[in-house]
Design a protein around this ligand. Sequence first.
Ligand SMILES: Nc1nc2c(ncn2[C@@H]2O[C@H](COP(=O)(O)OP(=O)(O)OP(=O)(O)O)[C@@H](O)[C@H]2O)c(=O)[nH]1
Ligand SMILES: [Mg+2]
Length: 446
Amino acid sequence: MANADTIAATATAPGRGGIGVLRVSGPRVPAIAEAMLGACPRPRHATLGDFRDADDRLIDQGLALYFPAPHSYTGEDVLELQGHGGVAVQRLLLARALALGARLAEPGEFTKRAFLAGKLDLAQAEAVADLIDAASAQAARSAARSLEGEFSRRVDALVAGLVEARMYLEATLDFPEEELEGHAASRTRADVAALLGQVRDVERAASAGRLLREGLRVVLAGQPNVGKSSLLNRLAGDEVAIVTALPGTTRDPIRETLSLEGIPLHVTDTAGLRETTDAVERIGVEKAWGALAKADVVLLVLDAREGRRVADRAVLARVPAGVPVVEVHNKIDLGCEAARVPGEEGASAVFVSALTGEGMDDLKRAVLALAGRVPSTEGAFMARERHVRALARARTHLEGAGEPGLGPELVAEELRLAQEALNTITGAFGADDLLGEIFSRFCIGK
Ligand SMILES: Nc1nc2c(ncn2[C@@H]2O[C@H](COP(=O)(O)OP(=O)(O)OP(=O)(O)O)[C@@H](O)[C@H]2O)c(=O)[nH]1
Ligand SMILES: [Mg+2]
């Protein structure tokens, strides 16, 4: 799977910096190294050298690292030139490599080559991008765990279990002797039950990882003037939204991303949900319903003095099924802490004051509890929507395989489909379009 062309890119972020790294990978690396440095550096040793242009003028001086194939990140010959991190210097170094026959690397192309060379599987390759993008220490730790292969090992173990169960089952299909059948069926049932338990465990850990990566969409909704915008400001610790005593202040949805214990919360403040003749406000209300439909968690804000009203029940009725709701009774500072009623139908209720900040910790705890943080994000490995969906697909097929009364051929087919779903995670049978999609989101030089 050797690539004929040689790729080059500046691997460090553009702009001023102490160090800037040019990275080159492919068969022309030895020739490029010789032309730029005068000689190919000793493999895997840091060599101080002069980086020169076509007229033998000095571009920069720095460390050169040469990794001959196959012992490199991409599995190809790789050269890294660590020069000074100036825009002009890096541009000259890159231009020189391009003039010597390299072409500009596409985003993620180095990692794609590493994947194609079998240095990383797909889940690990994605973890490279996630580690780079990680916005919190927890997210970085879980991406590092995935990169190191923990997620892939769990998936591989599942696949191995599936292969074994399939082999056993398919062998018995070939020898359908009467007395074997009862035993075979019960063994397969036990296999499927065990695999189902494992896939659920991995799915839980992956969901927690996805949460760290993608965060949670939290929508503040409720009647006008109950203090939705004040709550957003309190959560953000900043005057993000306009607050006035006039009902109908907020029109456009206002989005703000905050971090809660490392989990990104994408909080949307919306227009108070009421019937109105004001054309602008009406559009705002429409947008509020739209935001509500896409929420992962809804914070239904109420005025604690009045509690849940008929209009709030109408809002609850329109929250999509399965989306958790927290009833946030606001303005408790106004001394009307009547009854601290529990939430409607299992919704949790918290009592806060956006004005004084009282109860805000309860609110944060309630959101985190709903985020499914319960089994702690500590053990999570970085995962993406794609992975969680593949795991869910595998689980569904395993559940199908466990259906009582299903013929052995159909059980075998469900197991095959479960394995296929899992294979898409590590890329054992990755389709080309999937690869293009994944690697195009990387930064250039990685
Ligand atoms: N005493 C008290 N007043 C509050 C509290 N929270 C909000 N307010 C006041 O209630 C009024 C409305 O607050 P907003 O945050 O604008 O309410 P909203 O729900 O965003 O209103 P709309 O955007 O019109 O739907 C303002 O006068 C706030 O100062 C609170 O906890 N205590
Ligand atoms: Mg508002």
